[in-house]
Each structure stands twice: as structure tokens, then as C-alpha cells.
Design a protein around this ligand. Structure first.
Ligand code: 8Y7
Length: 259
């Protein structure tokens, strides 16, 4: 899953139209690089980031989704807002990547009615405050219990199991030790019976380990993605698609599989 952030800090040079064109070209490059899914987001969910209005978010992502009509791979809309989901899915997205695990009022119903795939992610707290004081008695048990509950509620709302993916939410209200526990034991989430998605790309946990700034974390990100896939992740959400695909080709070759 290749990340396409359509936020002013990503494609900011010449206003909204130029931003959309740049994001579309960037997305097409990710496809050429070997992405199997594109994750398009218009609101930063980084720790401490400000929220944007529904309209602003749609103004950012819709031209990109519409401009990508006809591409060969599915588009995921990265949002927690039901109205953004609804409009993005109507415009051609076929997956919802929700860091809020469809907990917003109406989100389960929008996803159920659309027939889209969903990614249910765990977080502790809100993106504004979550890194202030993450606390767990047992991070694996608590994240698993939450995801299990969200799978049940999604199924009860009419989202069939084949459409559900889960994600432990690396960096979302977790210390480095919590993140490492989750990655070390990632395979255990397989017991929940749906595919696992892992998002580690360029995250601050990699900076904490390597001492490198966000722009210098490609090698660490590729290593983390490879470790996640070795521990059963079916999808890795990454910025550096080309480098990650190369690494996964090596893994597959060693395992006697083709990618
Ligand atoms: C994740 C994510 C982000 C993640 C899923 C960043 C939107 C922060 N991280 N979605 N989104 N999993 N499913 O650093 O880990 O990319 S935003």
C-alpha cells in the first residue's frame, strides 16, 4: 500500500489544482514502482497534527481520486469522517483506511452500505494527545481485544469478514517499547482471522532506534516492512514503494514464491 498524502505540506507549490496534479502524478509513479493499493489521505494524522474540516479534506482528496479513475489498482481513502468516506467511495475508492476503526457516528453504516473493504486500526487517545503518556498493562492483549471487538461490531453492522483488515496502529499512542512488542509478536494477530496491515514507514520509532530524521529513514522503513511481512503482515503501508517491493521480492525468492 503506497501512501499519497494530499496535504498542503506534501504538494504545496501552486494551490489546490497544482497540488492535485502533482499528487496524481506521484500516485502514478507509486503504481509504476509496484504498489498494489494506493492510500489517499487529506488530513495529517501525525502526532500533534491539527484537524481539517470535512469540506477541506474533500477538496484535497476528491480531485485526486477522480483523476485516478481507470487505474489498475484499488484506492483506499484514509479518513475517519463518514461523509468523506461516503463521497470518496462514490468517486471510486474501494477501501476505507480508518485510524479510528469506524468508531465515528455513522461510519460503520457508511462502510457497510458501500461494499468497500475496511482497515480497522487501534490507537490509544487522539492524534492530538496520544503520544503524551501511552500506558498499557499488556499492549498485545489490549490491542487484540480492541481489534476483536471492532471486527465483531463491523460484522454486526453488515461488513463481511472478507472485507476486513486489522492494524495494531504503530505509533498511535505507543511508546517505543510498546511498538517493538507489537512488531515482535505481530504474528499473534493472525488468530483474529483477518489479514493484518502494518504501518511503520518513516515513523518516529525508527528515528528513535537509528537516530535519523524522517527523510533519512528509508533503510529502517524497508527493514521494518520486511520484518512485518515475515511476521505475517499481508499489507504494508509505505512511502518508499520501490525500495520495499525490492526487499519483498528478495524475501519471496528465498521463500520460493514470486511477486
Ligand atoms: C497509519 C495509518 C497513518 C498506520 C494505518 C504516518 C493513516 C501516520 N499511519 N493507517 N495512517 N496504519 N492503517 O506516519 O500505521 O504515516 S498516518
Amino acid at each position: 500500500m503506497g501512501i499519497v498524502n494530499v496535504t498542503p505540506d506534501s504538494f504545496s507549490d501552486g494551490g489546490q489544482h497544482a497540488s492535485a496534479a502533482a499528487a496524481i502524478a506521484y500516485a502514478e509513479q507509486l503504481i509504476a514502482d509496484g504498489a498494489d493499493i494506493l492510500d489517499i489521505g487529506g488530513e495529517s494524522t501525525r502526532p500533534g497534527a491539527a484537524q481539517v474540516s470535512e469540506q477541506e479534506e474533500l477538496d484535497r482528496v476528491l480531485p485526486v481520486i477522480e483523476g485516478l479513475r481507470g487505474i489498475s489498482i484499488p484506492i483506499s481513502i484514509d479518513t475517519w469522517k463518514p461523509q468523506v468516506m461516503r463521497v470518496a467511495l462514490a468517486a471510486g475508492a474501494s477501501m476505507v483506511n480508518d485510524v479510528n476503526a469506524l468508531q465515528a457516528e455513522g461510519a460503520l453504516q457508511v462502510a457497510a452500505d458501500s461494499g468497500a473493504a475496511v482497515c480497522l486500526m487501534h490507537k490509544q487517545g487522539t492524534p492530538q494527545t496520544m503520544q503524551q503518556r501511552p500506558e498499557y498493562e499488556n499492549v498485545m492483549a489490549e490491542v487484540s481485544a480492541f481489534l476483536s471487538e471492532r471486527i465483531s461490531l463491523a460484522e454486526a453492522a453488515g461488513i463481511s469478514r472478507q472485507r476486513i483488515v486489522i492494524d495494531p496502529g504503530f505509533g498511535f499512542g505507543k511508546t517505543l517499547a510498546h511498538n517493538l512488542d507489537l512488531l515482535r509478536q505481530l504474528e499473534a494477530f493472525g488468530a483474529l482471522g483477518v489479514p493484518v496491515l502494518a504501518g511503520l514507514s518513516r515513523k518516529s520509532m525508527l528515528g528513535a532506534i537509528t537516530g535519523r530524521e524522517v527523510g533519512e529513514r528509508v533503510a529502517a522503513s524497508v527493514a521494518a516492512a520486511l520484518l512485518a511481512v515475515q511476521r505475517g503482515a499481508a499489507i504494508v503501508r509505505v512511502h518508499d514503494v520501490r525500495e520495499t517491493v525490492d526487499a519483498l521480492k528478495i524475501l519471496d525468492a528465498v521463500n520460493g514464491r514470486e511477486r
